[in-house]
Structure formats: structure tokens, C-alpha cells
Design a binder for this molecule. Sequence first.
Ligand code: UDP
Ligand code: MG
Length: 313
Amino acid sequence: MDRLAIVVPCYNEEEVLKIASQTLRDVLEDLIRKEKIARDSFLLFVNDGSKDHTWELIEEEHQAHPERVRGVKLAGNVGHQFALTAGLLTAMEMSDVTISIDADLQDDVAVIEEMIDKFHAGNDIVYGVRKERKTDTFFKRTTAQAFYKLMALMGVKTIYNHADFRLMSKRAVEQFSKYGETNLFLRGMMPLIGYQTDCVYYDRKERVAGESKYPLKKMLALAFNGISSFSVKPISMILGLGVFIIICSLLAAVYALISYFTGHVVQGWTSLILSIWFLGGLQLLAIGLVGQYIGKIYMEVKHRPRYNIEKVL
Ligand code: UDP
Ligand code: MG
């Protein structure tokens, strides 16, 4: 039987912690009763440097249910992505399969069973995907969807409408741990791992209590980090723009010369306008070209694993 660890990053979640613990423990008990996971499956709360009583509550939960609830206390606030990674890597040593979920229970715990079933059917990663975003505000919904579309446009492979509610097998987490990059954008990294994957669909609910720890500023930072960590397309765009401007400068040259010979111009205009177009294009082209090399260096320094062997016969 596989031992499941449910990893829950928590930042200032004192209002929801007890409810989350109770709900998720019930899920575990239910799955144990149905003999889908091992008896020693557990919850792993990661306290991401909370300023409130979150950690004390985690300690209380651990004392009350030592076999079910475990906790990791990070020394300071490092942000959701790092906190979750800390939890996954800690859980990797102690379990066969992990599920990550937010503390606020916005993600539907009812699909956890389906995730486990899909894991038993041979999937190494099972993504939780939101069907609709009815409960999100109009603002959050449109910005989030624009974000997923922009990512696709920039050539970053992500699962549309999937956040960080996902099941990962031990070997998937192990492969993930080989990605040594510091700028973490988990949603973009998971598809790089490979293996057989599947999705489960659910409706996203409202927060049980408390308020969002992801204000607009953090959302924008996450979006920018996602694109800049996975794509050097913006650099290629500069290069493309340079080429485009140079072509424009040729057209401008034709126009300027015709104007010159038909004599409708002020003296000095022709040479000036040609220099502006041509030099502008040349500069962009040069920046784009240098950028291409920087982009390569950037990808090199990440030292990502180049492949992941699943089986050798
Ligand atoms: N979180 C965290 N560190 C942070 C910010 C958030 O561990 O610096 C956790 C938070 O406790 C929650 C999850 O990340 O479990 C998602 O945050 P939230 O629900 O506030 O984001 P939203 O659902 O509003 O996007
Ligand atoms: Mg939330």
C-alpha cells in the first residue's frame, strides 16, 4: 500500500488551519478505510514564516494526532513556491506519493480520491484543473486567464487553469528535486518532468476563512517570474523587431531618395532620416543578437536535467 503525504503550505492561516486539518484528516481516514492508501499516511503542514499563531496551531494538531499530522517550520517567509518545494522535498523522504493543496481549501478535497485512483492507474503526476471560476472575482478571473494565455504565447508549457493542487509520485518528486534553479515556477517545471500524467476537474470554491495571501503585486511577480524563467522569447522578439526596422529603413530609403530627386525636401533631411532609420534598426538588431547569447547562457546556468529516463530494457 502506498503511503500518502498531503503537503499544505501555510502563511498566516490561523483562521483556517484547524478546519483544514480536520477536513484533510477525514479525507485520509476515508481513503485508509477504502484501502487506497497506507495506514501511516499523513498531513505535512509547512509554516512559511507566519506572523500569527499558525505554527502553534500546527504543534497542537501534531500533539493531538501525532500519527496523522506533521509540521515543518521554515525559518522565515520565503513565499508559496519555495514553501511548497520545502514541503515536497521533505515529504519525498517519508512517503510514496504526495498531494499538494492550499490551506484555504479552495481546491476541492473530494477529487483527492480520484487523484489516487489515477495514480494507481499508472500516472505519476495528476493535475487538479479548475472547471470554472465562478467564485473568483471578475478581476482575478480575467487576469488569471490572461496570464495562462500569455504563458502559452511565450511558449511556456503549462496546464491551463491548473494551480498547485497536484499529485506527484515519489519518483516524480525525485526528478523534480534535480532541477537546481532558484527561480521556482512549479507549474512550468512539472511538465518538464515527463512521465504519464492525467487531470482531474473540480470547481474552485471560496476561501473557508481568512483572506488571499496573493495580492496583485505577488500575482504580477509570479507571472513575470513564470515567463522569464522559462522563455527567452522576449529576446527573440527584440531581434525580430531589429530585422523589421532594417527592412523599414530600406523602404524609407527609397521614399527619401525619391523625395530628394523630385526636389521637395529641405537640405539635410534625406541623410538625417536615413541615418535615423538605419541606425535604429541596427542597434535593435545588435541588442537582440547579444540577447540571444545571454539567453543561451541563462538556460545553461540553470543546469536543468536534460532528460529523464523512465525505463531501460
Ligand atoms: N502561502 C505561503 N506563503 C506565502 C503566501 C501564501 O505559503 O508567502 C500559501 C497560503 O497559506 C495558501 C497558499 O499559499 O495555502 C495559496 O495562497 P492563497 O490561498 O492566499 O492564494 P490565492 O488562492 O488567493 O491565489
Ligand atoms: Mg487560495
